[in-house]
Design a protein around this ligand. Structure first.
Ligand code: 8X3
Length: 253
């Protein structure tokens, strides 16, 4: 297992779900962390707990990645820190309507976070990662590989993430920076309650009748990718629950 304990892993969307589980997984290996999310209280709780449990250094930063000026300020504030991993995880889905019925502002919110925020976070991380020959892990989705009803723009933003992962592999080829794209299928996180704006029945139904993935399952894959030797780059992983064969095909009991 290869891991530099003197450098930080920067994780966006770290206050819950896959981001938090990845923070926990890396902390358990002794990795120092910069955890970023909008919800300050949850970050603070995680910060205290991980430092105490694992004796690592954790820095927290409350940030909405779609606020591009705030992202610039964030990177200015952390200038000088040694960072060798970016887990570019912040992202969301809003709504699941047919194209013609979609609320345009829901599309804009997804584009602002999943595309513009994602790009800004990635671009400004590169000077840090060049200095350490670091690793970028982008979180896309199986929704970026195949279309489904109402997935339209969400799926488009995730195809975008996959294309940028491939482009980064090409544009950064001389730098030693690795780039990995992780495309999860159904993972039980706050994803569905955010998508359905707190509609409990609708969001719980998404994970009923089969064994879905947990955030820990995906974090386990991320930790695997970032602890390979420096000459090994896992370009992409597509990870489904066993009972899901594609975004639309499930074996439910
Ligand atoms: C989450 C999986 O199929 O709900 O990205 O879009 S899906």
């Amino acid at each position: 297992m290869h891991l530099n304990k003197n450098a930080f892993a920067l994780i966006t969307g770290a206050s819950s779900g896959i981001g938090q589980a990845t923070a926990e997984g890396l902390a358990a290996l002794g990795k120092n962390l910069i955890i970023v999310a909008r919800r300050k209280d949850r970050l603070e709780e995680l910060h205290q707990r991980l430092e105490k449990e694992h004796g690592i250094t954790v820095k927290t930063y409350s940030l909405d990645v779609s606020d591009l000026r705030a992202v610039e300020t964030f990177y200015q504030d952390i200038a000088g820190l040694k960072i060798d991993m970016l887990i570019n995880n912040a992202g969301l889905s809003r709504g699941k309507e047919s194209f013609e019925d979609y609320n345009f502002s829901d599309w804009e919110e997804m584009i602002d976070v999943n595309i513009k925020g994602f790009l800004k976070i990635a671009q400004l991380a590169i000077p840090f990662l060049k200095a350490t020959k670091g690793h970028i892990v982008n979180l896309s989705s199986t929704a970026g590989l195949e279309a489904y009803e109402g997935g339209n723009v969400y799926g488009g933003t995730k195809s975008f993430v996959q294309m940028i992962s491939k482009s980064l592999r090409i544009d950064l080829i001389t730098t030693g920076i690795r780039v990995t794209d992780i495309a999860p299928g159904m993972v039980n996180t706050e994803f569905s309650s955010v998508r359905f704006r707190g509609d409990k029945a609708r969001s719980e139904a998404v994970y009923k009748g089969y064994e879905e993935l947990s955030a820990d399952d995906i974090a386990d894959n991320i930790v695997y990718c970032v602890t390979r030797p420096p000459h090994v780059n896992i370009e992409s992983l597509v990870v489904y629950p066993t009972a899901q064969a594609s975004p639309r095909i499930f074996h439910k009991k």
